[in-house]
Design a binder for this molecule. Structure first.
Ligand code: FMN
Length: 314
């Protein structure tokens, strides 16, 4: 092996759980080590394995005790993992363990416990591989601790593929179900923007007027033609009548060659933005950070691939 560091890095790419394996030494004192080398071997007979470095101080205890308890750690137990990863006699300090019938320590919390009889011990280079026959096991429904690339992580469960067997769109009858993503996107848009549209109504501002103002607030002065073409994707086609109305209300100024948002128009628009922002804050309270990051990435990508800069898609 030319580069042990690179070998270690490559091995670290294999994400594992984290266990604390406990047993007793010849004086029946509790012994424990953190081990990520745990794995299943056989269902019938029920066998598991893990491996321990030959240099570990606790090696004689595991070789002679006749058994061990494997605790699969929960995601909140990374400090316990660190405690059992340091050589020394004080690993059980502050840990309220209880002995099983063989005297091997059982930790107070774990995601799963496998109580094992030592079945085989194999030489494995600089480690000894312990194969245990499982005599008893218990599971608690905790999220588990993960170890990858030398760091702790939480397992993120991927959503199960949608169970619905019905097609998202019934092409013959023109009906669709809640699996139809574009329907969900437009429904989410209409429902979530409804309060803002009501606020516009109260101000006597129509939807095309709102779109004109928001475009002008963001882009500065524009010729009327440009405004029309840049709002094409919204389905609104502001005409001379709409520009005249906006001018009468004092929200825009200038001529057809260069229409600008007025001070009054900007203040009105900022009032609406503040309203939308407050609405957003309320809505976002219902989502986790992870949901929001995923939704943002999804929507940004959707906007990019449906943008006018890639017209060949359409
Ligand atoms: C996440 C993690 C996983 C570990 N996995 C193993 C392992 O599978 N085998 C091993 O020999 N050491 C492993 N170690 C290191 C041991 O826990 C550490 O060397 C051991 O606790 C030393 O104890 P001792 O010398 O008192 O026996 C791991 C350490 C950490 C932090």
């Amino acid at each position: 092996m030319s580069d042990p560091h690179a070998f270690r890095n490559a091995l670290g790419q294999f994400a594992t759980g984290v266990t604390v394996v406990t047993t007793v030494d010849k004086e029946r004192n509790p012994v424990g080590v953190t081990a990520s080398s745990f794995n299943s071997v056989s269902l019938d007979p029920p066998l598991i394995l893990w491996s321990l470095a030959k240099t570990a101080q606790s090696m004689p205890a595991y070789q002679n005790s006749g058994g061990f308890n494997v605790h699969v750690l929960a995601s909140h137990q990374s400090s316990l993992s660190n405690q059992f990863a340091k050589s020394g006699d004080d690993k059980f300090d502050g840990v309220e363990w209880t002995p099983c019938e063989n005297g091997f320590p059982i930790l107070p919390e774990y995601a799963a416990l496998f109580r094992c009889k030592t079945h085989f011990q194999y030489e494995g280079g600089d480690h000894i591989i312990f194969v245990g026959e499982v005599i008893d096991h218990r599971t608690y429904d905790f999220p588990v601790l993960v170890f990858q690339g030398g760091r702790y992580a939480d397992a993120k469960i991927k959503p199960a593929p949608t169970q619905s067997t019905a097609p998202a769109i019934d092409m013959q009858n023109g009906q669709f179900t809640d699996d139809f993503l574009l329907y969900l996107i437009s429904r989410a848009h209409f429902q979530s923007s409804y309060p803002t549209r009501k606020a516009c109504n109260k101000l006597g501002m129509s939807e095309p007027e709102y779109f004109c103002l928001s475009l002008l607030a963001m882009s500065g002065g524009l010729p009327a033609n440009d405004i029309v073409s840049r709002l094409e994707h919204t389905g609104h086609h502001p005409d001379a009548e709409i520009f005249a109305r906006l001018q009468r209300k004092g929200w825009i100024e200038g001529t057809d060659d260069n229409i600008e948002i007025s001070q009054k128009g900007r203040e009105t628009f900022i009032g609406l933005l503040a309203h939308s922002k407050a609405l957003e804050e309320q809505l976002l309270k219902h989502f986790t950070d992870e949901e929001l990051i995923g939704a943002q990435a999804f929507l940004q990508k959707l906007i990019k691939i449906t943008g006018s800069d890639i017209p060949e898609l359409w």
